[in-house]
Design a protein around this ligand. Structure first.
Ligand code: ADP
Ligand code: MG
Length: 318
């Protein structure tokens, strides 16, 4: 199977919303009047972001999910994506399963594959997503204000628990491993919640490297500080009975690969936040508040300030 046969069999779909899809030198996308395009790329590299033996169907899902998560964080609606793929060999079973996982998620979000590039090489997947958002309404990292509440969607830390278990650093009961592994390998992009938060959230981002580190981006870009209450974050990770509480706290605060949204909103908008969560069928939890004073404070079980630092993931740190 050659390059063009591979593209034709697995990565060519009739387009519905785009003006032109796979097959020409460029795809064509016509943004609707009054809308801005929201664009983001995320790359997954074998050995860095996933294990070589991961189920290709799950890998297809995750490659698109992490990109849709960026659109969600901006409050954008997904439109289309491109796929740049480097593959060691044209393995039809692998490519078919990868495409199935990818396309199932694409269908669910009506996000169409409109082009890409395919080359032979080490396994590497780079997707660029295109979404749309009403002009001026994108959720940014820079809008948090002192006094705002801080929220996260869903639960945090399961992906890291699974990673630690798969790397042999800890043992999980089989059912817990299976459940946490699903979170690691098939994250759920919070696309509906992101759109429901337009006009309500003052800032937002998606959590890929760990809560405290990622929240740091909001704080830096908004010029504020924050206080996080671990009595509120402890409810975010209930998996893993019998596991050390400090390990669970590590996974929740600095685990990474969660793809939940972290956002801020004025306390006067609590009812609207709840309504957005209900409308998008996505649980959200209030975990702290934004402060005028720079820095990130953490409160412990008794409300005392914790001094422990929780490092988040950085590809280039030692
Ligand atoms: P060019 O050489 O002009 O860049 P290519 O031969 O690389 O074009 O690709 C041919 C067509 O197939 C293009 O429309 C391109 O967007 C599309 N394409 C290539 N790889 C993929 C892929 N993995 N998924 C979807 N479309 C692809
Ligand atoms: Mg090309």
């Amino acid at each position: 199977m050659g390059e063009f046969e591979l593209i034709r069999r697995f990565f060519t779909r009739p387009v519905r919303r785009a003006v032109l899809g796979v097959g020409d030198d460029c795809a064509l996308l016509a943004p609707a009047p009054g809308m801005q395009l929201a664009i983001s790329s995320d790359m997954l590299v074998e050995g860095r972001h996933f294990f070589a033996d991961v189920d290709p169907r799950r890998l297809g899902h995750k490659a698109l999910a992490v990109n849709l998560s960026d659109l969600a964080a901006c409050g954008a609606r997904p439109l289309a994506f491109t796929l740049a793929l480097s593959l060691p060999r044209a393995d039809a079973a692998w490519a078919g399963a990868f495409a199935d996982g990818l396309m199932a998620l694409a269908e669910a979000h009506q996000c169409e594959l409109i082009g890409g590039d395919t080359t032979q090489g080490p396994l590497n997947i780079c997707i660029t997503v295109f979404g749309e958002v009403p002009a001026g309404q994108a959720l940014l990292r820079s809008g948090a204000r002192a006094g705002d509440d801080i929220y996260v969607s869903g639960t945090l830390g399961e992906a890291r628990l699974a990673l630690e278990a798969l790397q042999g650093h800890l043992q999980l009961p089989p059912a817990t491993l299976a459940a946490t592994r699903l979170r690691l390998e098939t994250p759920t992009p919070r696309v509906a919640l992101g759109q429901a938060l337009r006009g309500i959230a003052s800032s937002a981002l998606d959590l890929s490297d760990g809560l405290l580190g990622d929240l740091g981006h909001i704080l830096a870009q908004s010029g504020v500080g924050a206080c996080i209450d671990t009595r509120l974050t402890s409810a975010l990770l209930t998996a893993g009975p019998g596991l050390d509480t400090e390990l669970l706290r590590q996974c929740t605060l600095a685990g990474g690969d969660d793809y939940e949204l972290c956002f801020t909103a004025a306390p006067t908008l609590r009812a609207q936040v709840e309504a957005a969560a209900a409308a998008s069928a996505t649980p959200v939890t209030r975990i702290g508040s934004i402060e005028a004073q720079a820095g990130l404070r953490l409160l412990g079980n008794q409300g005392q300030e914790l001094l422990q630092r929780y490092a988040s993931f950085d590809h280039f740190s030692a």
